[in-house]
Design a protein around this ligand. Structure first.
Ligand SMILES: Cc1cc2nc3c(=O)[nH]c(=O)nc-3n(C[C@H](O)[C@H](O)[C@H](O)COP(=O)(O)OP(=O)(O)OC[C@H]3O[C@@H](n4cnc5c(N)ncnc54)[C@H](O)[C@@H]3O)c2cc1C
Length: 593
């Protein structure tokens, strides 16, 4: 099955699956292949991940060695005080993070906050000097003690900053304005007159690219300013406490966090040429705006791109393996989203079909997409379009990581972890001192989830037990209007209620009754609350409407803090604000408590 991303969460322990018509709700936005064949190295430089260059020689003597080539400014060399295979008595670092995406960055910053001192290999000279001063101990010159480093094989910021959240939101900021400026009806209702709206493709692309650079620099500078040094090179785990960085340097660390993220998943039979058949990595560069583009997969990435492309004038055709579009959303919200985001726009769709073969445009011929029935596998149709965007989910990236050296076998590509992000080996045992966060563990493939998991791990390695409640983590789709959610969908809540023997109730409020939304002429929207009427527990909240992504946090914080409806309904909201939609929602719930 090559379909969309699952939005909701029921169990957070097993990753989403592919290869059948079933989509697991376990991976918030993730759709994952049953075996990660066809992985692309999008964004991860092939030469940086030149696996043949990675030598795992067990007999290689660690040494104070030469510098790795600095690519992001603050890098450097590495030392290893002991042989491979045995845990050294002292470590170069207390915490080593592999992958400087948002997960790794979040962990690193929290480590600083917790008093961890982030030290990089550029400190080797300083370290020698300090050793001299401190009489040869391996303690660096910080009274706070712990030392941390972050290893990155490509550029700081990972998917979110360079190829995900950040550039996509820049494009969506443009599409939102274009949409507004193009809506005569909307402008007229506000009494506005605007001459025809237009755009400069390169200008829009530059906006996305500049934003990514800016945030990447901010991230890099924030780590540098706080004393974080970045070790540039591919990180390969050689054994307990030991990581090779690049081709020749080795570092040791008491604790290791794997935060290696994910890459676009491209199903078999689809040929990506990066020009006419593309993934989100290419689409975010906006090198051209096709007249007609097929988007394979109607999860949140596909949906966001449909918002961008239709606002910029493209016609969109969705190809979706399941029987309905946006299968990961709460069904009622999905229906409303279809009515507002799909039906009135220049979008058509084929559901219940796989794109079994996609051939890029060549020699004046268009992109061809062969569709087969998702259930019978019988040929259904052939589409000819100007471009195809493959938005069939993300596959965890763990190649070259050396998991075999710690006896870890991935499950459908993901690194198995327990609820504390501790890595589990092939025998079901915890691997001491090794954690995995973010997309690579597949619990919830979202930027803020990766970061929250990193923070949770830092809490643990600094002596405070912490288990992250994934059911309190919100998710959002930044279309116009936006969609957001936290907790269970209605079908998931009904299933849980039946299993555990309790009742659920539903409350809803419309944006049509909200003054601020009406003032903006944006009354199309719905907020939905799924809760237990017997004790006021919030099970799930789903919002479709203006700034839904911002509004969801009142609900997610309530779930995180265990706040019940009978308490939150007395919270006061400023008038007139969109937040009154949630105020109304909680007030309309009927709790018997
Ligand atoms: C188009 C798009 C839009 C998205 N929009 C949103 C959104 O709006 N909100 C949201 O929450 N999420 C969004 N996401 C998802 C989000 O980007 C990911 O969930 C998030 O980036 C995962 O973070 P991570 O730290 O786990 O991994 P990544 O961000 O993928 O970072 C992993 C890093 O590890 C490095 N690496 C990998 N292997 C090694 C190695 N062996 N040695 C050294 N370095 C290595 C990589 O180069 C990379 O820099 C979006 C994704 C896409 C594709």
């Amino acid at each position: 099955m090559h379909s969309s991303l699952s939005l909701s969460i029921a169990s957070h322990t097993s990753p989403a699956i592919a290869g059948s018509s079933h989509i697991s709700h376990s991976s918030a936005f993730g759709f994952v292949p049953s075996s990660p064949i066809n992985l692309r190295f999008c964004g991860l430089r092939r030469e940086a991940f030149g696996f043949s260059a990675l030598k795992h020689s067990a007999s290689r003597r660690a040494r104070l060695s030469g510098r790795t080539t600095p690519r992001s400014g603050n890098v450097v060399a590495v030392s290893s005080p002991s042989d491979n295979g045995t845990a050294p008595k002292s470590f170069d670092y207390d915490l080593l993070i592999i992958g400087a995406g948002v997960g790794g960055h979040g962990a690193a910053l929290h480590a600083v906050e917790k008093g961890l001192r982030l030290v990089g290999l550029m400190c080797v000279r300083r370290r020698r000097e300090e050793r001299r001063v401190s009489g040869g101990t391996s303690v660096l010159g910080s009274s706070s003690g712990l030392k941390t480093a972050i290893v990155e094989g490509d550029v700081v910021g990972g998917t979110c900053v360079n190829r995900g959240c950040v550039p996509s939101k820049a494009l969506l900021a443009v599409s939102g304005r274009m949409r507004e400026l193009q809506s005569e009806h909307h402008l007229k209702a506000l009494g506005l007159q605007v001459a025809a709206a237009g755009y400069d493709r390169q200008g829009v692309a530059d906006h996305a690219n500049n934003l990514a650079s800016k945030i990447r620099n901010n991230l890099t500078n924030s780590m540098k300013a706080l004393g974080v040094d970045i070790l540039t090179g591919v990180g390969t785990i050689l054994g307990p406490h030991k990581v090779q960085v690049g081709s020749s340097n080795t570092v040791t660390s008491k604790d290791i966090i794997i935060a290696t993220g994910s890459v676009p998943f491209v199903p078999k039979g689809i040929e990506v040429d990066g020009k006419t058949v593309i993934t989100s990595d290419h689409a975010l560069k906006l090198e051209f705006v096709p007249d007609w583009i097929a988007i394979v997969g109607s999860g949140y990435i596909g949906l966001e791109f449909s918002d961008v492309y239709t606002a910029l004038g493209s016609e969109v055709t969705f190809v979706e393996a399941l029987d309905q579009l946006m299968p990961g959303f709460d069904p009622e919200i999905g229906k409303l989203a279809q009515r507002v985001l799909i039906n009135p726009r220049n979008i058509d769709y084929h559901t219940g079909v796989f794109a079994s073969k996609i051939t890029p445009a060549k020699d004046g011929k268009p992109v061809t997409i062969e569709l087969i029935d998702a259930k019978t596998k019988e040929p259904k149709d052939t589409l000819e379009v100007d471009a195809a965007l493959i938005a069939t989910g993300r596959a965890p990236f763990t190649q070259g990581l050396g998991l075999e050296n710690i006896n870890v076998v991935t499950q459908r590509g993901f690194i198995p972890v327990d609820e504390r992000m501790r890595v589990i080996d092939a025998n079901g045992k915890l691997v001491p001192h090794i954690y995995c966060i973010g997309d690579a563990n597949g619990k919830m493939m979202l930027a803020h989830a990766a970061s929250a998991q990193g923070i949770s791990v830092v809490e643990q390695v600094t002596g405070r037990d912490h288990v992250l409640n994934h059911l309190s983590i919100p998710a959002a789709c930044f279309t116009h209007p936006e969609i957001s959610m936290v907790g269970l969908t209605e079908p998931q809540a009904r299933e849980k209620a039946e299993k555990e023997g309790f009742e659920i109730s539903i409350a809803k409020t419309s944006f049509k009754a909200n003054t601020k939304a009406l003032a903006e002429n944006e009354g199309e929207g719905l907020a939905k609350l799924i809760y237990r009427p017997d004790n006021g527990e919030i099970l799930g909240v789903h919002i479709f409407g203006l700034h839904a992504a911002d509004l969801i946090h009142e609900a997610s914080n309530a779930i995180a803090l265990g706040t019940r409806i009978q308490d939150i309904k007395f919270a006061v909201h400023a008038h007139p604000t969109l937040s009154e939609v949630l105020d109304e929602l909680f007030k309309s719930a009927k709790v018997s408590h």
